[in-house]
Ligand binder design. Structure first.
Ligand code: BGC
Ligand code: BGC
Length: 621
């Protein structure tokens, strides 16, 4: 039913001339990369095949068989995945030491080409203790503020560089169309227009005016293409021997090329314009073909039509999911246009097999050269090939890591990201001089829940996190007058006599795969916390912490005011700023808010469109 509408939109966009700059071969940002081609050519002329294949290989720290392998296999890149912490723990110092150690190993090789060290700094430098944690992208989408998004990425880049690390697998420019997908919060929102502007701003924030700047990190737009468009029931198998699936993650996208372009490629057009140096192909498939093996997507559309001159990094073990044996997977993916392969553990085998494929003529030398040219282009642009320059971490940056100035940017992002959905009888803003405020709900005093997935751990975790930050409860306690009593009970009971009740409910952390949900209803625990509060006969304010819209009607009817706070991160004061009116709510919904799960997928522009709240809705005081 939705197809004719999308086609119409596509046609209109085409007529308006705002279709992706398809025939343009080299966009502005990419010229900066190709400017290094002479130097790249010269560097490559002295490289052996093994050195070239090494550049195309990214191993994971935790998967290294021997530290010596960095030099022995000429590895071009290393990563720390969501759980790739230093053995010595998660401190700033341990991370910096780890980076320095591996970078020095690379510098000792014959050619001394520095490594690119990649991490998922997707809402701050989120693996490292005491980094400032920003709202996940869905919250930034609600701000509609590209200057803010640029600053958020800038601060993140600075904290990443404090550990020496020079590459983040961000921004995610997914356009999530089905909120049951557990990665919905990683995208800015359901509308390609929004993803276009905020994705571009994020790339500019990470990479700075010049990639070689001391505070710039290489950005990576992901996951190409249409990771947010998968169809329910087509996701990855839960285990290789089980027929059960994660319903959406790593699934199949069934769309025509015109629809794919109009919805899911827009974020890449602007990211490329902004000069993004790397792009990550998606685990998911398009009409049955895995993106990591699609020549149409990677070579013809992305590198050809869209003029991308940087390099492609495959997702974590993603090529293993292509049909055929491992050697086949490598052949298909590299020939499709993959330039660097994220091969956390099996890098020795990968290198041996890719070498064999070249010797057998199954992967042409021209393809290897193209891949290495793209990788080195980026390394030159980043200043990594400058011999006179230090490639060790600049520890002078440690003093600004997690600093009050950085936390201020996050607090500002939090308050701009909140969306006020209901405010009857002017329940909000609250007075700072109330005699007593009673707080309830499982997410009121839980930093882990407030931050969500990709925080300290890959999947995130509930609880204290032992990292710096302020829960919403602590933020409220810090905001009120000296004479105001703030009381708390997780289940909302004991509110009698308070002036107002605030209940903070919602989801608990998850990341890829584990967050796919068929049912987005609120839990019994959450609903009864609201009921318990209500029993006291006082006005009740509900704050929802979640990575996506949930089914909230029962809660909405019971409360006086309702705020969607997404996954705000460590700076809970941003929530208090809105509660007490120090900041007037300005957030707008980045997703259409469904009435029921049966309505999903529901997206702005649909022919049948009767959401509970429309895309863009948001009240103020
Ligand atoms: C995720 C990517 C991430 C990569 C490295 C993958 O499983 O899909 O988003 O960048 O792992 O951690
Ligand atoms: C890693 C993540 C990665 C995931 C992929 C985890 O073990 O820590 O970074 O995204 O595996 O499945």
């Amino acid at each position: 039913m939705k197809t004719p509408v999308i086609l119409l939109v596509a046609l209109l966009a085409l007529l308006a001339g705002c279709r992706s700059d398809s025939k343009q071969t080299q966009v502005e940002g990419q010229k900066k990369l190709t400017a290094f081609d002479d130097q790249v050519q010269q560097a490559m002329s002295g490289m052996t095949l093994d050195e070239k294949i090494g550049q195309m290989t990214q191993a994971e720290i935790t998967g290294l068989k021997d530290d010596k392998d960095v030099g022995d296999y000429y590895l071009g890149s290393l990563l720390s995945g969501g759980n790739g912490d230093p053995k010595e723990g998660n401190s700033l110092k341990a991370w910096t030491d780890m980076y320095d150690k591996y970078q020095s190993l690379a510098l000792k090789t014959r050619l001394g080409v520095p490594i690119l060290y990649g991490v998922d700094a997707v809402h701050g430098h989120n693996n490292v203790l005491d980094a400032v944690i920003f709202p996940h992208n869905i919250g930034l989408g609600a701000t509609r503020d590209s200057d803010l998004v640029r600053r958020v990425s800038q601060v993140t880049a600075e904290e990443v560089r404090a550990t020496g690390i020079n590459w983040t697998f961000a921004p995610c420019v997914a356009v999530p169309r089905d909120e049951r997908w557990g990665r919905t919060y990683e995208g800015f929102g359901e509308d390609p227009e929004l993803v276009k502007t905020l994705g571009e701003a994020s790339v500019m924030g990470f990479q700075g005016a010049d990639l070689r700047g001391p505070l710039s990190v290489l950005a990576c737009a992901k996951h190409f293409a249409a990771d947010g468009g998968t169809i329910w029931g087509t996701g990855a198998l839960k285990a290789p021997d089980k027929p059960e699936r994660w319903p959406l993650d790593r699934g199949d996208v069934k769309l025509s090329e015109a629809e794919l372009r109009e919805i899911h490629l827009q974020g890449y057009v602007t990211a490329i314009n902004a000069g993004v140096g790397s792009i990550m192909p998606s685990y998911s498939s398009w009409n049955g073909v895995k993106c990591s093996g699609s020549k149409r997507l990677l070579t013809e559309i992305l590198k050809g039509e869209l003029g991308f001159e940087g390099f492609l990094i495959s997702d974590y073990n993603a090529i293993d999911e292509l049909p055929g044996d491992y050697k086949n997977d490598i052949e298909t993916s590299i020939n499709a246009g993959m330039d660097m392969v994220m091969v956390p553990n099996n890098y020795r085998e990968f290198i041996r097999l890719l070498r064999e494929l070249v010797d057998e003529g199954k992967v042409p030398m021209s393809r290897i050269d193209d891949a290495v040219r793209r990788i080195l282009r980026v390394k030159f642009a980043m200043g990594l090939m400058d011999k006179g320059r230090s490639h060790m971490a600049d520890r002078a940056l440690h003093k600004r890591f997690g600093s009050p100035e950085h936390r201020q940017v996050a607090r500002d992002a939090v308050r701009r990201s909140l969306v006020l959905l209901k405010n009857d009888n002017k329940a909000l803003p609250l007075s700072k001089t109330f005699a007593r405020i009673h707080i309830g709900g499982k997410n009121a005093d839980d930093l882990g829940n407030q931050c969500g997935g990709w925080t300290i751990d890959w999947q995130g975790k509930s609880g204290e996190l032992t990292t710096g930050g302020t829960t919403i409860l602590k933020a409220i306690q810090g905001a009120v007058s000296a004479s105001t009593k703030v009381t708390f009970s997780k289940d909302g009971s004991g509110a009698d006599g308070a002036d107002v009740g605030v209940v903070v409910i919602g989801e608990t952390p998850y990341a890829e795969m584990m967050g796919d949900r068929e049912d987005l209803s609120l839990s019994i625990e959450d609903l009864s916390a609201i009921d318990n509060m209500k029993k006291a006969g006082i006005p009740v304010v509900v704050i929802l912490i979640s990575g996506r819209p949930m089914i909230i009607e029962p809660a909405l009817l019971k409360c006086d005011a309702f705020i969607a706070a997404w996954l705000p991160g460590t700076e809970g004061q941003g929530v208090a700023d809105v509660l007490f009116g120090d900041y007037k709510p300005s957030g707008k919904l980045p997703h259409s808010w469904p009435q029921s799960v049966n309505q999903i997928p529901i997206n702005v522009g649909d022919a049948m469109y009767t959401p509970l709240f429309k895309y863009g809705f948001g009240l103020s005081y």
